[in-house]
Design a protein around this ligand. Structure first.
Ligand SMILES: Cc1cc2nc3c(=O)[nH]c(=O)nc-3n(C[C@H](O)[C@H](O)[C@H](O)COP(=O)(O)O)c2cc1C
Length: 200
């Protein structure tokens, strides 16, 4: 069955996790996703990967450039448009993933302060009891971060820290990205083949 997701990409280090997740869907998961990229994510893109994009479509083209026949369709949403489809509870989907998720966005969601389309869509996920997966990359954590993660977990969200395991003996950055993207797929009830599952 085709899947529909909302993907938020925010201004946290580890922008490659977001790019790799989009690539993973494009390769293996039939369906469509609405992609929302925050302004700060574009800053991080420039800092971490030396990529400047003029508009969000360019970001998507960058993610998909090596994929000949994507099986997943992507629709870019303006983060300022809090009236777009994902902002409404009547918009049905299979889950929202924010990867990577900044501490600022995590705080906004934990405290119900929805100031852009990413935060509003996440708020709606929680109120509609839809799957919400946040992939923060911050270390160390202060008590406010931890309290915010606790609030989100109690409200039904899932915090999946970008902390890859090493038991699959990663040889490359791609192996580390695969670990986190595989974990996200597992949580979305999609069988993942990105890294070998633990065999006991
Ligand atoms: C190069 C760079 C790296 C950053 N890395 C992180 C990070 O790893 N985690 C984090 O929570 N914020 C990080 N920030 C700060 C966020 O970008 C900032 O809090 C911003 O307001 C987040 O906005 P957004 O959540 O709307 O994207 C970073 C900023 C820059 C410029």
């Amino acid at each position: 069955m085709k899947k529909r997701f909302i993907i938020g990409i925010t201004g946290s280090s580890g922008i490659l996790y977001g790019i790799h997740f989009i690539k993973t869907l494009a390769h293996y998961v039939e369906g469509e996703s609405h992609v929302i990229i925050s302004d700060s994510a574009k800053l991080v893109l420039k800092k971490e990967l030396d990529i400047s994009i003029k508009n969000d479509e360019e970001f998507l083209n960058y993610c998909l450039k090596d994929i000949k026949s994507p099986v997943h369709h992507f629709i870019v949403e303006n983060p300022k448009n809090v009236g777009a489809k994902p902002a409404s509870g009547s918009f049905l989907h299979n889950g929202m993933i924010i990867v990577p998720c900044s501490m600022k966005t995590l705080s906004a969601i934990a405290n119900g302060y929805s100031n852009n389309l990413i935060e509003r869509s996440a708020e709606v996920c929680l109120k509609e009891h839809r799957k919400l997966i946040l992939v923060p990359r911050e270390t160390p954590l202060n008590l406010i971060h931890i309290e915010n993660m606790k609030k989100i977990t109690l409200a039904g969200g899932i915090v999946l820290p970008a902390s890859p395991g090493f038991y699959h003996k990663p040889q490359s950055i791609e192996d580390l990205l695969n670990f986190i993207c595989g974990k996200i797929l597992n949580l979305l009830d999609i069988e993942q083949k990105l890294f070998p599952s633990w065999q006991g």
